[in-house]
Design a binder for this molecule. Structure first.
Ligand code: HEM
Length: 489
């Protein structure tokens, strides 16, 4: 009898009944919130139907547009915010109400990201932001981005008229610029498109293994001596060795330089903080967090910009005319003044981030104290809560569905536009990312005609992988054709 109860099919059946009962019985407080149908949602994820479909299932679940939906996930009942009014309540709360990223110390996510800003909370996070933000402001330099863009242009001239995977290309340039910004280090990401530099390869493999679905379903499995776990530990060790080597080299270079020299890299600015309780390990964690938060997001955003330019030749033409008017020469690197003048290109970037917000959904927060949204709805302690930026950006009461950069020309500060989030946990790389996108887009427009291959299946919408938080284009090819003559003014 006892052995029958512990046989595998019975355990699976009992677990199934337990999950289904929980799935259909939310806590009483969550009852007024519409539910995302679990099977429909699971199908879109399991069959890899893409982000457009995931988001359609979410938006169809809330026909009355309450602005909140609930969904049952492995971690339990989760509430997603989908309108700006509720988002403002979310932004107003601090880490003592909404706690982010609680992972055990021995978990691979913690081993890799350590205690860098993205995973820190409370005093620790505030201290890190205070240190990183001034270092960031001192490091903003369009010249550095322009030099890397010239390397990209030289590389793409070798691939004239050939359809290229846009995300792969854009990752190259964002890794290169971030290497310079963060470490004053040449990542060699733009030497060729065929070979992937060690740093990028290692980072990609680590992040792929860290997102092992097994860790989500059976969270204890990261502790087992599995092949994938051992490989992950070795890769993190290799990554750490490299990052510490880069830090040591930079320290040596700085020691040999004249005191008066101005430094634009984050590492030089942050090394000044070593001591006073700030250690080399803290520095390593910070640089890893910044590198991680900064390159795929902007690479995706740029992929969306070039996709939209390829799809709308008339907008591309207008943007190129602006670049010619402000910069003239096809090899000119924009100055900070030029960046301010490239207003139409900035509007394209903002509209592109609206339609395709790189972070579609914020990582979940644990609600630590009951959180009131309106008279009827109070989210109870212990619920997971996230903000779905994609849904806020697609609200048909506020935005039309088309790509219209003009809407951002005279309205720079639209409160419904939140690709970088808002409040105390907003993105510290926002200004850098926007500047980077302006410089790269303007310089590329002066050198290339941008198009989709004629046989492309993607003229209708950008194909997106169904990652939960961050968006990735799925096998999206773009053609860069060398412009023979740029009219100089
Ligand atoms: C288009 C590009 C980018 C987008 C759409 C974006 C978006 C975001 C969003 C939505 C958050 C909030 C995450 C949360 O609340 O959990 C965030 C945080 C953050 N971002 Fe970005 N980001 C971009 C580029 C960058 C860049 C270039 C850097 C650095 C070089 C960066 C560094 C960070 C960091 C360190 C945080 C954590 C801040 C904190 O938790 O206090 N981001 N970003």
């Amino acid at each position: 009898m006892i052995s029958f109860f512990f046989s595998t099919p019975v355990v699976i059946l009992l677990l199934g009944i337990y999950f289904i009962r929980r799935a259909y019985r939310p806590p009483k407080e969550l009852e007024p919130i519409p539910t995302v149908p679990i099977f429909k949602f699971a199908r879109t994820v399991l069959f890899n139907e893409g982000q457009h479909e995931i988001q359609r299932v979410i938006s169809d679940s809330d026909p009355e547009k309450i602005g909140l939906v609930k969904i049952f996930l492995f971690s339990g009942w989760t509430v997603l915010i989908t309108n700006i009014e509720h988002a403002k309540i979310f932004f107003a709360e601090n880490d003592d109400v909404l706690l982010k990223g609680q992972v055990p110390d021995d978990h691979p996510i913690r081993k890799f990201f350590g205690r860098g800003i993205s995973f820190a909370n409370g005093e620790d996070r505030i201290r890190q932001r205070k240190m990183a933000i001034p270092a960031f402001n001192r490091s903003l330099s369009p010249e550095m981005i322009g030099e890397s863009t010239n390397e990209l242009i030289t590389l793409l001239n070798k691939w004239n008229n050939i359809p290229l995977d846009i995300f792969t290309v854009m990752k190259r340039i964002t890794v290169q610029t971030l290497g310079k910004l963060a470490f004053s280090y040449d990542m060699k990401a733009l030497d060729s498109l065929e070979e992937e530099p060690y740093f990028m390869k290692t980072y990609e493999k680590i992040t792929e293994l860290i997102q092992n679905p097994l860790y989500m379903i059976l969270s204890f499995t990261y502790k087992l001596p599995l092949k994938a776990n051992l490989e992950l530990s070795q890769l993190i060790e290799g990554f750490d060795q490299l990052i510490y080597k880069v830090i040591e080299q930079r320290k040596l270079d700085l020691a040999n330089e004249k005191k008066s020299e101005e430094h634009t890299d984050l590492l030089a600015n942050m090394l000044e903080n070593i001591g006073n309780g700030y250690t080399m390990k803290d520095l390593r964690d910070e640089l890893t967090a910044i590198f991680s938060a900064g390159h795929n997001t902007t690479a995706f955003a740029l992929s969306a910009v070039f996709y939209n330019l390829a799809k709308h030749p008339e907008i591309q033409k207008k943007a190129r005319e602006e670049a010619i008017q402000v910069l003239g020469d096809s090899s000119k690197i924009p100055t900070s003044e030029n960046v301010k003048e490239l207003k139409y290109i900035k509007a394209i970037i903002k509209e592109s981030l609206r339609l395709y917000p790189a972070v579609a959904m914020l990582p979940f927060r644990k609600v630590l104290k009951p959180l009131r949204f309106n008279q009827d709805i109070v989210i109870p302690k212990g619920t997971s809560l996230s903000l779905n930026i994609w849904q806020v950006h697609k609200n048909s009461n506020i935005w039309s569905d088309e790509f219209v950069p003009e809407r951002f020309i005279n309205q720079d500060d639209r409160e419904n536009w939140i690709p970088f989030s808002s409040g105390h946990r907003n993105c510290i790389g926002q200004n850098f990312s926007i500047m980077e996108q302006i410089v790269i887009t303007a310089m590329m427009l002066l050198n290339f005609e941008i198009s989709l291959p004629p046989e492309s299946q993607n003229f209708d919408k950008m194909p997106l992988k169904s990652s939960f938080y961050t968006l990735y284009p799925k096998d999206l090819k773009i053609v860069f054709s060398e412009l023979k003559r740029i009219v100089e003014v």
